[in-house]
Every structure is written in C-alpha cells, then in structure tokens.
Design a protein around this ligand. Structure first.
Ligand SMILES: Nc1ncnc2c1ncn2[C@@H]1O[C@H](COP(=O)(O)OP(=O)(O)OP(=O)(O)O)[C@@H](O)[C@H]1O
Ligand SMILES: [Mg+2]
Length: 481
C-alpha cells in the first residue's frame, strides 16, 4: 500500500487485513505543515495501529520545505540543530527485522540515559557503543567531555582490542573492527597484570583524608553507635582537623593514643584498618579529580578486583562526590568568565559517568553511600554543573524509582519480568500512546534491539544498536562441544 505523497495524514491509520502489511511512505505532509521525507518501510503486525507521532519521528529533522528527498537524521535528546556532537547509536528497526535510517544521540548537553533489559540482551554492549562513539568524536567536541565508566565486572577494558568476531556484521554497516585508546584505571594490585598484556593501566587510589567516619563504618559493617565506630570517628575527625594528607598508619597511631577507648576496641579498629590498608586502595595523596576525569578521554575505572561490594560503594560515592564538587566550582568559574570577572577558562567540561549494574549502587530497598550522591547531587542538581549519567540495570524494579523520573533517554532492551515491565509502565510518558508491555513484546527477542523513549522530542522508537567495533568483554562464555 503506497500512500499519496503530500496528503495530510489522519491522526491514526488502521492497517486492514489480518496479515498486516508493508506501508511505504515516500513523502507526506504532517499536521504541522512541514514536509517530512520518510524513507522507511514500516511493517505493521496484524491490525496494528500507527500514530502520526510514530511516523513523524521516523522522518524527524528532515524539515526542509522543499520536496527533494533528503536522508533522515534523528538525534535523540536534541531539539533543532542537527550537526556535530552526536553519537551513532544504531538504526531504526522495523518489526520484520529490517533496518532503517540511523539514530544518533546528543552529547552537547547533559542527559540521564537509562538502559535496561533482561540478562544478555545488550545493556553493557550498548554502553560500549556509546563509549566507542565518544572516542570517535571530533577533537573539538571530545575535548569538552570527560568520561568515566564504573566497571564492576571488568567488561570494558577489552575496548583496547578490535571486534574481529563481528567483522561481517560491521562490514554490512560500512565499518570495520577497531580498538580504542581508553584509559584504564585499576587498583594498584592489578596494574602489573594489565601491563603484562601490554595495556598501560594507571593505578588509582583514594585519599585517606577524604574518607569520612561514616565511610569507614560502612566499609567494615559496624553501626555508628558501636564503640569501634565511635573510636574510629574520633580518630578520623581529629586527623582531618589537623591535615588533609595523612595515611592509614597515621590513623592507627591516633587510635593507639586514644585513652578513652578500651584496648579491645582499639585492637578491633586497628585490625579493620590493617585489612583496608592491604587493599592498596587508600593512601595519603590519592588520585586527584583532575587525574580521574581527563578531558577528551574515556577512563574505565575497573573495580572488578575489589573484594567487597561496600568497598565498591565507597569508591563510587567518593569519586562521584569529588567530581560533583569540582564541576560546581568549574561552573562558577565559567559564569565568572562569562560576566567578565575572570580571564578565559578552558570552558566547562561536560562529565559523563556510566554505571553498569546500577541497581547495586542505587537500590530501591536500602540506602547506600553512592545512592545519596548520585541521586541528590548528580540527578537532582547535575544539569547545571554539566553532569550526565548512563545507568544500566537488569532490574528496573530493583532500582530506586526516582531514577526513572530523571531519565530523559530510556533504552529498553527485551524485558520479560512483569514487575520490571510494570515499573517502566509507571513512568510511561504521556506522549506514548499504547501499552509499554505491548511495545516491548512486539520488539521480539533479537539482541541489541531496544525501545527508545526520548523525552526531548517526546517520541518513542524501536532501534537496533549498531555492532561494536571493539571487543565486547561481556559475552557469554561457551563450552565448545
Ligand atoms: N547491538 C547488538 N548487536 C549484536 N549483538 C549484540 C548487541 N547487543 C548485545 N549483543 C549480544 O548479546 C550479548 C550479551 O550482551 P550484553 O553483555 O550487553 O548483555 P547484558 O544485557 O549486559 O547482560 P547482563 O545483564 O548479563 O550483564 C553480547 O555478547 C552480544 O553477543
Ligand atoms: Mg552487562
């Protein structure tokens, strides 16, 4: 069925026939009187309805008033201008499996990108695609970005290597396997392992003076009212009052001098600190934020070798807090420069933090140290200081519900658990007609396919994320028989 060009489409088109059909739109005039060239073939399943918003989204940004056919260029998270500062996310995906025009994602302003989907359907892979695309940006744009990835499972360091396994799929899209020079930050203990593989890993550490008594208590699993916590708090506060540069050994000496604590409590506190020292993560100097987030560089913070979840939580809360504070300062300097109170600065960098397995750090049912920072600072106040987040989870229902209300871009891979679908259904945007569960079901089970909800253009699409150019470290291990 071919629609006449330049007709006003009705609000809804019902496809007749029990087998559905293939609609081919060449040109059509939508109710806003703009001419959209729609190059897609859209396949509709049995008795499906298609709404004008869905069609207009397919042809978004081809806003010329002329009748010439131009390539569609849709940028998620952006209104208006089309060029520069975009990441190629993938292509529109028709329900018959065919691919349409490319879909891009904006990086010229802050966003909260929420990626979800059941196990093995492409969340980490999609994060990897976004990271590759950041590496591929023109220098002038990339230099304005600082990117840090919290990698709890050690799946992103493989970005150094080309994705030879998917060479054929890449060739179909006109690209080829390629490794990327991402910067790998690892605990001191694992630096040597990476260097043996000729990967230039940098050791990262946290400054002891930035670790509060609450952080230590969380790390050791002791209540704040426990005598060990009280002794530790006294030592931490007294050391912090004297200096911003002290070691774990200095803390131990301070505890030994504490005549208000019993020997038993002192020994327990010292033992905890000895264990913390053995992780080689804390030292007197620690890595400065400027070394942690580098302009124009994608830094992977590989936490996979850390021995406990509370330790990972402490690391994420400390680094995200430090970045937030640095960005607030940078924003102030930027505004002072704008009103002539300060000489030229390097401009406000836009910082992106990607957190895979986000439910671990921002859970629904209990508090964590990183949840406090990411929710109250990054999500609620992060737009002005230029902070963006990419959060991925298998279980939207296990994540703090407020996260979804902050997300302006949702990439939903296949989901089947009813409570997870219901969770997404709760935030179903008003512009989304139809049922989210139905839309997810229609996507099928192809890996990499996702429902994309874009709050900026208030539209919903089905896309297939492009193949990775660099090796994905999160594939399933297989027993070859
Ligand atoms: N866009 C894509 N194109 C092609 N293959 C893909 C795509 N996305 C995912 N896959 C395939 O699916 C596999 C699993 O993807 P990924 O590691 O991203 O899963 P996940 O959703 O992060 O799972 P988990 O929740 O277990 O971490 C990949 O190794 C890859 O083979
Ligand atoms: Mg994953």
């Amino acid at each position: 069925m071919v629609l006449d060009p330049c007709v006003y489409l009705p609000d809804e088109i019902k496809v007749d026939g029990s087998e559905g059909g293939l609609l081919t739109f060449t040109k059509c005039c939508l109710p806003d009187n703009k001419l959209y060239n729609i190059l897609e073939h859209i396949y509709f399943a049995e008795n499906a309805t298609v709404n004008v918003w869905e069609i207009s989204a397919m042809g978004r940004q081809s806003t010329q008033e002329s009748s010439s056919i131009t390539e569609t260029h849709y940028v998620v998270g952006r209104r208006g201008k089309t060029d520069g500062g975009t990441l190629t996310l993938g292509r529109y995906y028709a329900l018959d499996g065919s691919l349409g025009a490319q879909v891009f994602l904006d990086v010229t302003r802050p966003h909260v990108v929420f990626i979800c989907g059941k196990r093995g359907y492409g969340k980490s892979y999609s994060i990897g695609v976004l990271l590759e695309e950041i590496c591929r940006l023109k220098d002038v744009v990339r230099e304005r970005l600082g990117v840090i990835v919290v990698d709890t499972l050690g799946v992103f360091w493989t970005m150094h290597f080309p994705n030879v396994a998917e060479k054929t799929q890449l060739a179909r899209g006109g690209s080829e396997p390629q490794g990327f020079p991402v910067r790998l930050l690892v605990p001191m203990k694992t630096v040597a392992e990476f260097r043996q593989q000729s990967i230039d890993a940098v050791s990262f550490s946290l400054r002891v003076a930035s670790v509060s008594a609450a952080h230590w208590c969380h790390l050791f699993g002791v209540k704040s009212t426990d005598p060990i916590s009280i002794t530790l708090s006294r030592a931490v506060l007294s050391m912090q009052a004297r200096s911003d540069c002290f070691s774990i050994h200095d803390l131990v000496v301070r505890i030994q001098q504490d005549d208000r604590a019993s020997d038993l409590v002192k020994t327990a506190a010292e033992n905890f600190l000895a264990v913390a020292d053995s992780w080689k993560i804390f030292n007197a100097k620690g890595l400065a934020v400027t070394d942690l987030v580098k302009r124009g560089v994608v830094s992977i913070l590989d936490l996979s070798s850390l021995p406990s979840q509370p330790l990972k939580d402490v690391v994420v809360s400390l680094i995200s807090e430090a970045i937030f504070e640095a960005q607030v300062q940078a924003r102030r300097a930027y505004e002072e420069e704008k009103v002539g109170l300060m000489t030229e600065t390097a401009g406000l960098p836009l910082v992106w933090l990607a957190v895979d397995e986000a439910q671990v750090f921002i859970p629904r049912d209990h508090d964590t140290l990183s949840k406090e920072v990411l929710l109250t600072e990054w999500m609620r106040q992060g737009r002005q200081p230029g902070l963006s987040l990419i959060l991925a989870t298998q279980r939207p229902s296990a994540l703090e519900p407020e996260v979804l209300s902050h997300a302006d871009i949702i990439v939903c891979h296949r989901l089947t658990a009813q409570e997870d679908i219901d969770m997404l259904g709760l935030v179903r945007p008003t512009y989304m007609r139809g049922d989210i569960a139905e839309s997810i079901k229609k996507m099928g089970d192809e890996k990499g396919v996702a429902l994309l909800v874009d709050d900026t253009s208030e539209s919903v699409h089905v896309i297939k994320v492009r193949p990775r150019m660099s090796r994905h470290g999160g594939g399933e291990p297989e027993i070859i028989l």
